[in-house]
Design a protein around this ligand. Structure first.
Ligand code: ATP
Length: 319
């Protein structure tokens, strides 16, 4: 990783973009920390693909400022070889073989000719397509083509990689191995992943932004957005509810009870040094001691629950 803007690999401030009368981005602010694996989440039409297209320089923002790797909006001279992308509908030359496709894209990406063969071999292994290297891309399945698309985004040594729904259409084993690979890149380069699979975002990414109607409505470390480090949730089965005892054992934490869902929420937000493990252990000792029955214990809220709390998207804004 080299140049960054105050620690940001990508910085968008007040970015607006219209397609005719449709306002796709409406003052979008986004700071992607360098070295992070950053998830972009939002309903259909929220503006994720448009955000990617502006970041990659496929589209120009109407308003606002864009800074890529601390060096303004996309500029071929500044950014060539440093930024790569897997677009949503990546089109690959259908008459080339898989190895030829990767060689061609690798050369465009600036991989030196003396290194290209080894680099293509590395990528073929990465996306598990070594045995299809000599096949024309038109003979590949949808998922295999997707893997070629993912592979080409890691050719060379890019500082910033944008992946639009990378595991869409992959079988579970391939999706799992791609997720593991992406997560392992943390700290070596910045990766921005757009996905509708919230479990994927929660497990792979360290930061996340929720986008709705062309704006960021929530952003931050995944642990902060989900409350993983400041809330413990215990759901009880039928039987005793030892609320008074839990409150007595955890006098400085905030304990709430929801009768309908039989959920005890213990919040320790704003108490530095307080650890979820200690809270969970203390609460469970009391719960078990009182003979209560435990259905589930979780830390914070899933990203899916956070997402579902967002108001549902009305039709696109036409102004
Ligand atoms: P999805 O999750 O469905 O892929 P998205 O979050 O990627 O959606 P965008 O593709 O960025 O959303 O679209 C944002 C808005 O801009 C939508 O209302 C969409 O209809 C509109 N839009 C996108 N591309 C165009 C285009 N080329 N011409 C006109 N409108 C467009």
């Amino acid at each position: 990783m080299s140049a960054t803007n105050g620690g940001s690999a990508l910085s968008l401030r007040g970015v607006g973009k219209r397609y005719g009368r449709i306002r796709a981005l409406d003052g979008l602010d986004l700071e992607v920390p360098a070295g992070s694996v950053f998830g972009l989440v939002g309903p259909n039409g929220a503006g994720k693909t448009t955000t990617f297209a502006i970041a990659c320089g496929y589209l120009r923002a109407d308003t606002g400022t864009v800074s890529l790797l601390g060096a303004g909006p996309f500029d071929a001279e500044q950014h060539r070889g440093r930024i790569t992308a897997l677009p949503q509908d990546a089109a690959l030359g259908r008459d080339l073989t898989v190895a030829e496709t990767l060689t061609y894209l690798g050369r465009l990406q600036g991989v030196p000719s003396r290194e290209i063969r080894a680099e293509v071999r590395r990528i073929l292994q990465l996306v598990d397509l070594t045995d299809r290297a000599g096949d024309r891309t038109r003979t590949l399945s949808h998922g295999m083509l997707r893997r070629v698309g993912i592979g080409q985004a890691f050719l060379g040594d890019p500082e910033l990689v944008l992946l639009d729904e990378p595991t869409n259409g992959l079988d579970p084993r391939q999706a799992h191995s791609i997720r593991e690979f992406i997560a392992a890149q943390r700290g070596t380069r910045t990766i921005i992943v757009s996905s509708h699979n919230l479990h994927e975002i929660e497990t792979v990414c360290d930061h996340v932004a929720l986008i709705d109607r062309g704006r960021v409505v929530m952003a931050g470390p995944v642990s902060a957005v989900t409350g993983r480090n400041d809330e413990v949730r215990i759901t009880l089965g039928a039987g005793p509810v030892p609320l008074t005892e839990i409150r007595a054992a955890l006098p400085d934490d905030q304990v709430t009870w929801d009768e309908n869902t039989r959920l005890i929420k213990i919040s320790f937000l704003g108490r530095p040094g307080r650890e979820a493990e200690d809270v969970t252990s203390a609460a469970l000792r009391v719960v078990l001691g009182a003979g209560a029955r435990i259905s589930t214990v979780t830390r914070g809220e899933s990203l899916e629950s956070k997402y579902l709390e967002m108001p549902s998207t009305p039709p696109p804004l036409r102004r």
